[in-house]
Ligand binder design. Structure first.
Ligand code: KIV
Length: 277
């Protein structure tokens, strides 16, 4: 009985791999991905059953308060990834290659990916771009490191775009995205993030690929969804794009708890007799 229970726990905890998420696409099961940057949050998300934890370079905004994702360094990404990997018992952990750690140099792309895998214990890397980065993807794959692609609104190119508005609305950009998606699949990506593009295009691209697509602001026709956890949990309450669904309002809950605690301290109501030694 005990053995069976232990077996069922073990079964439940079976690690999600890149093969698992490919099978999920083949079986029509949607993939749930969320960002995580620290141990405590990653533990909660992993225990709640999310499939993929993305150590996104959005840590630059969410954790460090920068305006863009550009300033975060490879060392900082590795630090976040190490904390997430320690917590993740079941989820696949994917780590963003930060700006400047892979562009225009396949050797640097390989070296950065090896550092992430070796120093954090993560399971895959993600990078942004299409035809510009396929050589890097091929070179990273020579080391046996799985790569997730990212097309559409690619925040590391914000100064090229000049805006966080929806991408690929015009036919020329949509055509480039279609071609890039096929190139990334051919180069060997195991999955592809599609960010902030028209739903109809995301669905078309998803159907044209064997690898799973994971959308953010790309409608429901992708093979999975990703959100920034601090946004969907309402910790960050100032960001309100149309695509974001808030599943909790933690900003209000935390504010209220901290106000209550502060009041109790000031009024000498905390700690009580039973909360001391
Ligand atoms: O860094 C990030 O959080 C991301 C997701 C928005 C896909 O790349």
């Amino acid at each position: 009985m005990r053995y069976l229970y232990a077996m069922s726990i073990q079964k439940e905890q079976k690690r999600i791999t890149t093969n698992t998420i490919l099978e999920m696409k083949q079986n029509g099961e949607k993939i749930a991905m969320l960002t995580a940057y620290d141990y405590s949050m990653a533990k909660m998300l992993d225990e709640a059953g999310v499939d993929v934890l993305l150590v996104g370079d959005s840590a630059s905004n969410v954790m460090a308060g920068h305006e863009t994702t550009l300033p975060i360094t490879l060392d900082q990404m590795i630090y976040h990834a190490q904390s997430v990997v320690r917590a993740a018992k079941r989820s696949l952990v994917v780590v963003d290659l930060p700006f400047g750690s892979y562009q225009g140099n396949t050797k640097r792309a390989l070296d950065s990916s090896i550092r992430i895998m070796k120093e954090s214990g993560a399971h895959a890397v993600k990078l942004e771009g299409g035809s510009e980065v396929t050589d890097s993807i091929r070179r990273i794959l020579t080391a046996g490191i799985p790569v997730m692609g990212h097309l559409g609104l690619t925040p590391q190119s914000i100064y090229k775009f000049g805006t966080y508005a929806v991408r690929a609305k015009e036919e020329a950009e949509a055509n480039k995205l279609r071609t890039d998606a096929l190139l990334l699949e051919k180069a060997g990506c195991f999955s592809l993030v599609l960010e902030k593009i028209p739903a109809i295009l995301a669905e078309e691209v998803s159907k044209s690929l064997h690898i799973p697509t994971i959308g953010i602001g790309a409608g429901k026709g992708t093979d999975g969804q990703v959100l920034v956890s601090h946004d969907m949990l309402g910790i960050n309450h100032e960001f309100n794009p149309r695509f974001l669904r808030r599943y909790a309002r933690l900003h209000e809950i935390i504010q209220e708890a901290v106000q209550h605690y502060t009041k109790d301290v000031k009024e000498n109501k905390f700690p009580s007799d039973s909360e001391q030694y």
